[in-house]
Design a protein around this ligand. Structure first.
Ligand code: NAD
Length: 380
């Protein structure tokens, strides 16, 4: 069977869904790997590395011959239309927003696997692209903050005087938040963090952070994810967070609710209450933002009310793509692990009795199998 990968078509996307290393894994499973020339170049992976791994590099890959298409960003309906009935796709599909593509996948009889849907069970960890990519965004967010901050992160005691450590507050302690805590800690900052899920308190502590306990009831949804707060509780959370935000030099926000817009945790008034020179990096900027007024990829200055000056507010964008080499290394491994799981004797044949395979499948045999997406399409 033929597995293919193209260079990503979305502007600014540098990652690639198959690396030479993951191609080797697919070839060892009995599959043939076709790579569009230049597909890995922006991730630092030249065509020659794919050829050495045993893949076939082609100037243009004919989508209609592929049995499996691997991708990073959601496919377009036009790309889907080129695939043959029964073809398989594996990649991020953003089912809640890319409904036109979902329709095309179902209409074309494509068996699509959306990596956002990988169930949160321990057996699925090696296929969990949200986790692998969040690791990168959490790390990157801290570096972006550090370069915008005009002070050191660590404590320095020098002959010329003592420099106190930066105080970093992380809101949302999921995969990205924990990575941000660890990175800020390694840079020497004093780190505290808050999450609405009580289970995260121990994880924050184990990363070297101090958990901020708010006088607010715990909220935990299904599968270890958070649930949306009611309007009253969201408001109460903002009030309780206000002094913690005001005391931070650097604020990193990472809160998310699967399939929903990001929750608003920090209002403009709260930002204005921070000291001049403070820095905020909002990881949720691309899904609406945790901080009022944030825009993805944009730095802006919010005047403070506690002194002359401003707070820098930056909306993180394409962070994983900006670290395309390691992001691709992890992502491609997630993809090849999932394909390998479904492959026996050189045939990719998904077993829908396996909860991991069934849970990750978005469309199959003309049907949208992911119930929330099917419901969204009905209301479309
Ligand atoms: N295979 C696995 O078992 C597996 C894989 C990855 C993650 N997980 C677990 O899943 C959970 C969610 O992780 P994630 O990084 O995907 O989450 P996520 O990206 O959906 O959200 C990020 C964080 O924001 C928090 N949040 C949401 N609303 C908030 C609010 N109003 N205030 C403060 N925080 C808020 C969430 O609780 C979460 O910790 C974690 O417990 C993680 O360890 C399990």
């Amino acid at each position: 069977m033929q597995v293919g990968v193209l260079s990503e078509r979305v502007d600014g996307e540098r990652r690639v869904a198959v690396t030479p290393e993951s191609a080797k894994q697919l070839i060892a499973a009995g599959l043939e790997v076709l790579v569009e020339a230049g597909a890995g170049v922006k991730a630092g992976l030249p065509d020659s590395a794919y050829t050495e791994a045993g893949a076939i590099v082609q100037n243009s890959v004919d989508l209609s011959v592929l049995d499996v298409l691997c991708h990073v960003r959601p496919l377009t309906a036009a790309q889907v239309a080129e695939l043959h009935r029964g073809a398989i796709t594996v990649g991020l599909a953003s089912p809640s927003t890319e409904l036109a593509t979902v329709k095309a996948l179902a209409a074309g009889g494509i068996t699509s696997f959306a990596l956002e849907l990988v169930p949160r069970i321990s057996r699925a960890q090696s296929m969990d692209a949200l986790t692998s990519q969040s690791l990168i965004t959490g790390y990157r967010a801290v570096l972006e903050a550090a370069t915008r901050f005009s002070r050191f992160f660590p404590l320095y005691m020098t002959a010329a005087g003592t420099i106190p450590p930066a105080r970093v507050l992380v809101l949302g302690a999921g995969v990205a938040g924990l990575q941000a805590i660890g990175t800020a800690k390694r840079l020497g900052a004093r780190v505290s963090a808050y999450d609405v899920r009580p289970a995260s308190a121990d994880e924050v502590t184990s990363m070297g952070g101090t958990f901020v306990h708010l006088d607010l009831d715990a909220v935990e949804g299904q599968g270890g994810y958070a649930r949306e707060l009611s309007e009253d509780r969201a408001l109460r959370q903002q009030q309780l967070l206000t002094p913690h935000v005001a005391g931070a030099d650097v604020l990193i926000t990472t809160a998310a609710i699967p399939g929903r817009a990001a929750p608003l945790l920090v209002t403009t008034e709260m930002v204005a209450g921070m000291r001049p020179g403070s820095v905020i990096v909002d990881l949720a900027a691309e899904t609406g933002g945790n901080v009022e007024g944030v825009l993805p990829g944009v730095d802006h200055q919010v005047p403070t009310t506690v002194g002359d000056g401003a707070v820098t507010l930056y909306g993180l964008k394409d962070a994983a793509s900006d670290m395309a080499t390691d992001a691709s290394r992890l992502y491609a491994k997630n993809v090849s692990n999932l394909i390998e799981l479904m492959t026996a004797e050189g045939e990719v044949a998904p077993d829908f009795d396996d909860e991991l395979v069934a849970g990750t499948c978005l469309t199959h045999d003309g049907q949208v199998r992911h119930a929330p997406t099917a419901a969204a399409l009905e209301g479309d």
